[in-house]
Design a binder for this molecule. Structure first.
Ligand SMILES: O=C(O)CCC(=O)C(=O)O
Ligand SMILES: [Fe+2]
Length: 201
């Protein structure tokens, strides 16, 4: 089997990664010895989004990154491992579209379907923070903004505070290409959480 094919098969198996505090799927408890520094670019983006909806002191401390392929699903669940459930959960989606089912606090409540496209942000706060949700379907989209040239000088200038980050700095279409190709058949969702009570780090 050629290496390229093996790499592709491996990439298809990748379904999730964790950032910052690594979520322990068995115990559902975040611990200090299972923690890395939170990535600064995703952290900054999350803080800006939180601030825009009135959460001035949001601290991005953990994220789950989900990689979906056209046949992937995520079953209904609640995200309740964080000590701080007052802080919003901020969820960014890229690539293929998805149906997001948002239910209630119990499985008895009928869920509402939301169609999520690349670039959409879902914010779960207050009542919604502990509601059941899941992804029953990934939908192939013809709208592929990630394949357009986003590296023009003008666009870079508009990136403001983000322009320092590596992907913008490189201005290198070649660097971006494999990410774009990946998104042509996949969806990436990054959902960011504050774990600790405000003021604790
Ligand atoms: O993919 C999504 O939009 C949702 C992901 C999610 O609910 C989770 O990782 O907890
Ligand atoms: Fe979730």
């Amino acid at each position: 089997m050629c290496q390229k094919y093996k790499n592709f098969q491996l990439l298809k198996k990748l379904r999730w990664a964790t950032l910052g505090y690594h979520h322990n799927w068995d115990t559902k408890v975040y611990t200090e010895d299972f923690r890395n520094e939170f990535p600064s670019d995703l952290g900054l983006l999350s803080k800006i989004v939180a601030k825009a909806i009135g959460y001035d002191y949001f601290e991005p401390q953990a994220a789950i990154v989900n990689f979906y392929h056209l046949d992937s699903t995520l079953s209904g669940h609640t995200d309740h491992s964080e000590i701080n459930l007052e802080a919003p959960l901020i969820s960014f989606s890229f690539g293929q579209s998805a149906i997001f089912l948002l239910g209630g606090k119990t499985l008895e409540e009928k869920p509402t379907p939301l169609l999520i496209h690349s670039g959409d942000i879902i914010i779960m706060t207050k009542e919604a923070r502990l509601c059941y949700h899941g992804i029953p379907r990934i939908l192939k989209t013809d709208n592929t903004p990630w394949n357009t040239n986003n590296f023009s000088e003008e666009k870079l200038a508009n990136c403001g505070i983000f322009s320092d980050h590596a992907i913008f700095k490189s201005q290198n279409e070649e660097l971006w290409k494999p990410f774009g190709q990946y998104l042509n058949n996949s969806r990436i969702n990054m959902n960011v959480r504050q774990v600790l009570p405000s003021g604790q780090s």
